[in-house]
Design a protein around this ligand. Sequence first.
Ligand code: C2E
Ligand code: CA
Ligand code: CA
Length: 449
Amino acid sequence: MKDSLIGHTNEQGTLTVEQLSMKDYLTGLDRYEVFLEKLEENIKQIGDRRITIVYTDIKYFKYINETYGYQVGDALLKDFVAEMVKENNNLLCCARVYSDNFVSAGFLREDLSNEEFRNLIYRVNLEREAKFREKYLNSRLQFCTGISIIDKNSRSLDAETVVSNANLARKVAKEMDEDCCILFDNSMMEGIKREVEITSRVPKAITNHELKVYYQPKIETETLRLIGAEALVRWQKPDGTFVYPDQFIPLIERSGQVVDVDYYVYREAFKFVADRMAAGKNVVPISLNVSRVHLNKMHILEYIRELFEEYKIPSGMIEFELTESIYLDNTERALELVKGLHKLGTKVSMDDFGSGYSSLNLLSRLPIDIIKLDKVFLRENTLQESDKIIISCVVDMAKRLSITSLCEGVETPEQSDYLKEVGCQIQQGYYFSRPIPQKEFEEFMDQKK
Ligand code: C2E
Ligand code: CA
Ligand code: CA
């Protein structure tokens, strides 16, 4: 191990107090602040060279701690450090940022392009993974690495920024199943900027009523009658432009703000139903989407109970849609939520069925009322033979389990006819209507009356 990188010891073999304060107690590496200072110095003297910042996180490390205890976890971290500093003459400095997050900086070999360096680290990671998985009996253990590289053109960047760039690339790598090693590029920054912009504007969008609830009709196959509608949120910015849910829901799911957005949509829908009923007009049950984020705190049941109390509408007027993957992610919690919603008297559907890894045996375990077949089955205007087979099998299976089947994304009369042929009870899609603003939906209902 390199003396300059890993804990200096005095003659007695122990660290001095001054040295201790500069070193990470577990690994003997520089403390992160010291690392940043050293990196800053090296960036100043970069000349024509390039400096690589390699930021690595050990995915599934916590399972090692949980399964084998902290001593084994600590041993793994020390092993990792030994690997990191081993025979690496280009290494300038390295540190443990926190827990199982490590960063190292070094000069890049002249004969390597940035991409070749990434490939090299990628291979090193795979080799290390194999070694560590064997030694620590954990088949999932994975190293996720982000790399940022500075050259004379980017030397004005400070140490913290280049590390945070590498960390950003590391986060991207962590979300990927295959690629454990990603090179930072500026487009990642654009994504983050957009995320920050959107998440910072959401609270105001709610209070200013920039969020609009659209309704998409649901049609009974047998009679072609309107029998319900799904509430879908749209964000109309003050300049009139629309932001669609796919562009902001995933972002606000990460920040947790989706909970407030859902509550806003729910309240609007409850109010809509209550107003129609108070005016003596016909109205159909409205289904509301439930983000996976609600499963963390489960305040949603209390909120819905309060809405029923406040608006005094029959429980049959509201239904909930939970996307398929929610049930797979956390079956116990999902089950608790479904049961809670049933207690409130509402129906629950499994949305996007077939879009991911559907677990058919889950269907018999979960007391859901409706299966919503995902629109992927209808992606082609002329139905594919394989999709036809799946649709008819799912519809058939649902029937046997006494679950209602609904197919979304119906765009053509042929698709609609096929669904009728196989006995799918409810349909939804552009063929009947796009999601429309409340006022238009009211007209739709008035006509259908
Ligand atoms: P989803 O729940 O699967 O909703 C169906 C999506 O398919 C909607 O997209 C709808 O406009 C679209 N769609 C409907 N019919 C057709 C069709 O015939 N062809 C095609 N190609 N598309 C069709 P939208 O409104 O953009 O919403 C996208 C997703 O955003 C929704 O997928 C849902 O997961 C989420 N979302 C929307 N509103 C909310 C909300 O209030 N809360 C939460 N948590 N999620 C919402
Ligand atoms: Ca839905
Ligand atoms: Ca869906």
